[in-house]
Design a protein around this ligand. Sequence first.
Ligand code: HEM
Length: 528
Amino acid sequence: MLSEISLSWPILLQLGLSLGLLSVGVLAFARLAYYRVRQLPLRKIRGPPSPSFLIGHFGQLFNTAALPFHEEIFNAYGNIIRINGIVGDTQIIVSDAKACTSIFLKEQDIFEESPWALASNGRVFGLGLLSTMGAHHRRQRKQLNPVFSIKHMRAIAPLFQSITHQFQDVLHAMVDKGPQEVDMAEWLSRLALELVAQGGLGHTPTLSELYLWREWFPPVSNLPPKLLRFVANCLPWPILHHLMHISDIMYANAKKIFDEKKALLDRGDEAAVSQIGEGKDILSVLLKANMAAPDDEKMPDDEIVAQMNTLLFAGTDTTSSALCRVLHLLSEHPTIQDKLRAELTDAPELDYDILSGLPYLDAVCRESLRLWPPVPVITRTCRSDISIPLSKPITTTDGHYMSSLYVPSNTDVLVDIRAINNDPALLGEDAAVWRPERWLQPLPQAVEDARIPGIYSNTLTFLGGGRACIGFKYSQLEMKVALSQLIRSFRFSPSTAEVIWRYGGLFSPSVKGTTTMSPTMPILVKNV
Ligand code: HEM
């Protein structure tokens, strides 16, 4: 009898475990089924047939050569497209201006950053702007906004000029003896990193490799930090180990710089703070503002460190991608390059106000950022059921018209920034042509009427609303300073290698036929 009881314990344990696992499985399945049923109304929206139940369209939408697929489905289905995600999930691609107004302005608390993005950003950067939402996010924005004001941009412009001069000298030395093929992607990535690091942290960077890895960050789950670290260390995945390592170094570096600056400021040693970054860098300004802020508005130290990490990541790849794109386009359009050079050479001096007022430089930047937004698509997750109005009705799969879009909670909405910036229905037939001159005359009435809810030039390149790019004036200044110095001194023309652009979270240049993930853009450079 006794042996029967002791024998039955392992069986009982096994039974218990199996039942436990089964209930977890049933609950997960029921939850999945519940969401899929709630998404049924979305099936009426037209979209391409799904190639796979498991991964839906993700294989086609998110790969480095995905741009033609995005263009193809936009041409076939228009501004509202149904696609499939993982295991039958339904998602919507939006490029309708009125729907975007709801997503980014009117209903921005409902269409928030996706939970997986908040969680993974939180793990890598800490509680910075890319990892918080709601009231917490608004409080952080309120404190950071003044640091990106025009007044501050004017003050920081000479620092940008002097950093760019140093890079210009290196380039001069390289092409001194005659035209050279130069990998401008590497050059501009370093410049962008230096501009954000010195202008942001007031410190010259030691982490030039980190920008290469951002796109590799997977949607890491919400595991507690210690467990996450344990799991990550056990996984045979070198890229993940590398990322964890970078995240550690980033945090340690930012924290060290922060501690040094804070100690100097606490001691009232302003002269020492000014040694690097001339004391006008974002960190110094933010620290001083935080010290002066009322107690209930002060940001805790770890959040300030997180903001610095966030700015380094959000500001480096984006700006270097934009600068590479402009240079690539200018190298392919020598007449436009010459016209720009003439405007820059005629300018008396290139301080902040003169740079901001140069019409052709501005038109070249606007047109490049419109046609080729560095971040081509972003995702939001709908937090509760909602109907949003559309600019024009769409035809459903059963032939009806729909003038508003019903979005059930938990649905992911992908906003196709590039599609809305390039919509021929708004800009006309030449929407896909790079033509800076379009910004020297009034835009078509259809663009004005559409009321695209972006903060920049009737485009969504820097988004709009409470989560719009906080660094957009900063990046404009970086681009204009860099371009003004480069175009005045050098002539750029296409190299023998064919440059192609990889699609992803960010457009990045590469040489056709190569497999390296690092941005590469050989261009023929010669002195003017
Ligand atoms: C051409 C250059 C740039 C482009 C195209 C760009 C674009 C964007 C976009 C599309 C977003 C929204 C991302 C999302 O919500 O998922 C964003 C957010 C952000 N950007 Fe930029 N950006 C650029 C440069 C910069 C620079 C130079 C900085 C900092 C110095 C910066 C800092 C940020 C930050 C902190 C956010 C998060 C804002 C928030 O959630 O409140 N960006 N940017």
